[in-house]
Design a binder for this molecule. Structure first.
Ligand SMILES: Nc1ncnc2c1ncn2[C@@H]1O[C@H](COP(=O)(O)OP(=O)(O)OP(=O)(O)O)[C@@H](O)[C@H]1O
Ligand SMILES: [Mg+2]
Length: 242
């Protein structure tokens, strides 16, 4: 992977993606209210919170799958409009909660579907190199998630939204996925908004965090010293941060 020279830290730069007073939901029902979040190039931002907090709804709305009910979303300072495909074409990647590999197709053909090509994905996950001719349905859950994430990163998004990469996976492969994401964010200057149930792991891989509960942002901070505060806030809401 080629390193991109950083002349300034991510914190000194403007937002790549920013939501201001975002209201999101289904039909007329707002399940996310007044959300202010931003992601800058090269940083991983963890979006944490208990089940039903509104994390997936937020990502679906940022990705263009759901229409916002209020507020604004900006992309490098300009209003972000259009649906999923238009946003993807301008460099907004999205890995949804449900795995989106086509089980009946080979790993190679799944990668070709992503339009980023095979080589950049294998660069991120060399494990995929030996699996190219295998049907995706025969891969382990972890390998399928490497395929999904490798394909998304191969497109060289400017910002990647990733929802629960760790769902149903063991700790070793989750650490592998998060390490690859960390490496890609840093070397390719990709901003990442990472929804994750495993707060401790998410903090270890990220630069900053936001905590949502019942559709609202309740706290945010730097990942280096976030665990105590997050645990306290989770305990206050009787949920577990792990
Ligand atoms: N299609 C839908 N129609 C109506 N309400 C929905 C729909 N999908 C989700 N919701 C509701 O929106 C709220 C937020 O859900 P969301 O999936 O965004 O939470 P989440 O933080 O991603 O939770 P989890 O950690 O369980 O994935 C919940 O109360 C949920 O029941
Ligand atoms: Mg969710």
């Amino acid at each position: 992977m080629t390193a991109v020279a950083h002349t300034e830290p991510a914190t000194a730069r403007g937002a790549a993606l920013r939501a201001t007073s975002l209201v999101a939901g289904y039909g007329d029902l707002a399940v996310v209210r007044g959300l202010d979040i931003e992601v800058r190039a090269g940083e991983i931002v963890a979006l944490l919170g208990p089940n039903g907090a509104g994390k997936s709804t937020t990502l679906l709305t940022l990705a263009g799958e759901l229409r916002p009910l209020g507020g604004e979303i900006s992309w490098f300072g300009s209003p972000l409009t259009g649906g999923l495909h238009k946003r993807a074409a301008s460099g907004l990647g999205f890995v949804p909660e449900e795995r989106s590999v086509i089980m009946s197709m080979s790993v190679r053909d799944n990668l070709l579907l992503g339009s980023g090509g095979i080589e950049p994905a294998v660069e991120v996950f060399p494990e995929l190199g030996a699996l190219l001719d295998r049907r995706a349905g025969l891969l382990s859950g972890g390998e399928q998630q490497m395929l999904t994430l490798g394909r998304a990163l191969a497109r060289r998004p400017k910002v990647l939204l990733a929802d629960e990469l760790s769902l149903g996976l063991g700790p070793i492969v989750v650490d592998r996925l998060l390490a690859a994401l960390r490496d890609a964010a840093t070397t390719l200057d990709i901003g990442v908004l990472l929804v994750e149930q495993q707060a401790r792991r998410a903090l270890a891989a990220s630069d900053r965090w936001y905590l949502m509960r019942r559709g609202e942002l309740v706290a945010s901070g730097d990942s280096s010293d976030g665990m105590d505060e997050i645990q306290r806030l989770y305990l206050a809401g009787h949920d577990s941060a792990d």
